[in-house]
Design a protein around this ligand. Structure first.
Ligand SMILES: [Zn+2]
Length: 424
C-alpha cells in the first residue's frame, strides 16, 4: 500500500513538473564563439539537465578507470589469501598425520602466498623437523627468533632441538631467552624444570617444580649442593616437611642440625623419620657419636620405640642387644623381625653372629652357624636404592635416576617389596 502511494505521489510530482516546465514562458539565447543558440525556456532547461547528467557519467567513468589497477590488486590479494589459508589448513592436517613431504609442500605454498608470517614460518619449520631436516628447520627457527612477533615460537623450536641433541648448555641459554620473550609460559616452565633435572641444577628444579614434582627430592639435593649453611638448613627442612619418610631428606636436615650444635633437635628429626619409614641409615646417624654400649642401646630403644612393631626396629634392637652381649634378647628380636617379613640376607648373617657368640666353637654352635650361613646364601638380597621406573639399582640415593632420568623415583627397598614412602 505504501509503495502504491509512493508511486502515485512520484507520478503526480513528475506530471506537475512537466506541466510547470511546459508552461515556462520566454526564450533562452546564447552566443558562443560567434554561434548563436536560441531555444524556448523548457527546451533549454531539459538540455541543461541532460548536459549535467552527461558530465557526471563521464567523471564516474574516468574515476573507475583510474582505480581499476587498485581493484585488480585487491582481488588478487583476496585470491592469494584464500589460497594461502587453504594451504595452511592442509599443512596442519599433514603435520598432524605425520606426512612430512605433504606438510612441507603445503607450508611452502602457504609461505609463497601469504609471505613470512609467524604462522607460515612455524609450519615450514615444523614440516622440516618432521622430515628430519634439522639444519633447515633450525635456519627458519633462527629467523623467527630474530623477529619480535615470532621470537618465542622460534626459540621454542631451537630449545627443543637443543634438548633432542642433548646440548644442555645451549638449551639453558635458549630457555633463558625464551623466558624473556614470553615470561611465565607454562610449557617453558615444565621444559626448564626437566632441563634442570638433566643438568643437576636442583635449586632451579625446585623453583620450577609443578604440583606433581618430587619437591622433597629436589629440596634434599639442593640442600646438599648449597654452600650457605643457613640456606641449606632451610632447604633440608623443606624437604623433610614435604616427605618425612624420605630418609635422605631427614638425614640432610639432621646432619645440618648436628653441625650447628642442635643435637637433640637432630635426634628428634631422626626419630620422627623412623616413625614414618625406618631405615638403617637413620639408626647409624643417631648412634654414630656414641661408643658406650649402654648409651647406644638407650638411643636404639628410643628410636625403635617410635615404630615398635616394624621389623626394621626389631632388627636394630637385635644388632644392639647382641653388641651388649644379650644373645637371648637378640635372638628374640631376630625372630620378631623375621615374623614381620624381614627375611633378607642380613637377618641370617646376624643370626650366624648370635650363634657364634652364644654357642661359640662347640659342635652344636658350628652346625647352627653353618645352617644360618646356608640360609643367608639362599635368602633374598638386602634392600637397596632402586629406581621405581626402570628398576636400576644404586648404592646411594639420588634425586633423579641416571639411567631413565626420572626424578623422585629412587626409593629404598628390594625387588619384590619396594618401599614407597610418600609425602604425608
Ligand atoms: Zn630409572
Amino acid at each position: 500500500m505504501r509503495r502504491v502511494i509512493l508511486i502515485v505521489a512520484t507520478a503526480a510530482i513528475a506530471l506537475a513538473l512537466a506541466w510547470w516546465l511546459a508552461a515556462l514562458p520566454g526564450h533562452v539565447s546564447a552566443t558562443v564563439a560567434g554561434l548563436s543558440i536560441e531555444a524556448p525556456a523548457p527546451v533549454a532547461v531539459i538540455a541543461l539537465a541532460v548536459f549535467v547528467l552527461l558530465v557526471h557519467l563521464v567523471l564516474r567513468l574516468l574515476s573507475g578507470l583510474l582505480h581499476i589497477r587498485g581493484r585488480i590488486g585487491f582481488w588478487n590479494a583476496r585470491r592469494r589469501r584464500a589460497g594461502g589459508d587453504v594451504a595452511v589448513g592442509r599443512s596442519l592436517v599433514a603435520l598432524a598425520a605425520g606426512e612430512a613431504s605433504g606438510a612441507r609442500r603445503q607450508a611452502d605454498r602457504a609461505r609463497r602466498l601469504l609471505g613470512d608470517t609467524p604462522q607460515t614460518l612455524l609450519l615450514a619449520a615444523e614440516a622440516r623437523r618432521l622430515a628430519n631436516e634439522d639444519a633447515s628447520a633450525a635456519q627458519i627457527y633462527t629467523v623467527m627468533a630474530g623477529r619480535e612477533d615470532a621470537a618465542f615460537l622460534g626459540l621454542r623450536g631451537l630449545f627443543r632441538q637443543a634438548l633432542a641433541r642433548e646440548d644442555w648448555n645451549a638449551a639453558a641459554e635458549i630457555a633463558q631467552r625464551a623466558e624473556s620473550a614470553h615470561p611465565g609460559g607454562t610449557w617453558l616452565r615444565a621444559e626448564r624444570a626437566q632441563l634442570a633435572v638433566r643438568v643437576g641444577n636442583w635449586s632451579q628444579a625446585l623453583a620450577l617444580a609443578g604440583p606433581d614434582a618430587p619437591v622433597a627430592d629436589f629440596a634434599t639435593a639442593a640442600a646438599e649442593a648449597e654452600g650457605d649453611p643457613v640456606q641449606a638448613t632451610r632447604l633440608a627442612r623443606r624437604a623433610w616437611k614435604a616427605n618425612p619418610g624420605l630418609t635422605p631428606a631427614a638425614l640432610a636436615y639432621a646432619r645440618l642440625l648436628r653441625r650447628s650444635g642442635r643435637e637433640s633437635r637432630a635426634l628428634v628429626v631422626v626419630q620422627q623419620a623412623w616413625a614414618s619409614f625406618p631405615h638403617p641409615d637413620l639408626a647409624a646417624f643417631a648412634l654414630a657419636p656414641l661408643t658406650d654400649r649402654l648409651a647406644r642401646m638407650k638411643v636404639a630403644e628410643r628410636l625403635a620405640g617410635k615404630n615398635p612393631d616394624h621389623p626394621e626396629s626389631h632388627f636394630l634392637l637385635a644388632q644392639e642387644t647382641l653388641a651388649t652381649g644379650l644373645t637371648g634378647a637378640a635372638r628374640r628380636h631376630v625372630e620378631a623381625a623375621r615374623r614381620g617379613g624381614l627375611t633378607q640376607k642380613r637377618l641370617w648373617l646376624l643370626l650366624a653372629d648370635i650363634e657364634a657368640q652364644e654357642r661359640g666353637e662347640t659342635e652344636e654352635g658350628r652346625l647352627a652357624q653353618r645352617d644360618a650361613l646356608r640360609q643367608a646364601a639362599n635368602a633374598e638380597a638386602d634392600p637397596t636404592w632402586r629406581c621405581q621406573t626402570c628398576g636400576s639399582v644404586y648404592p646411594n640415593w639420588q634425586p633423579a635416576c641416571p639411567a631413565c632420568h626420572t626424578a623422585g623415583h629412587i626409593r629404598w627397598g628390594d625387588a619384590t617389596h619396594l618401599a614407597l614412602p610418600g609425602p604425608e
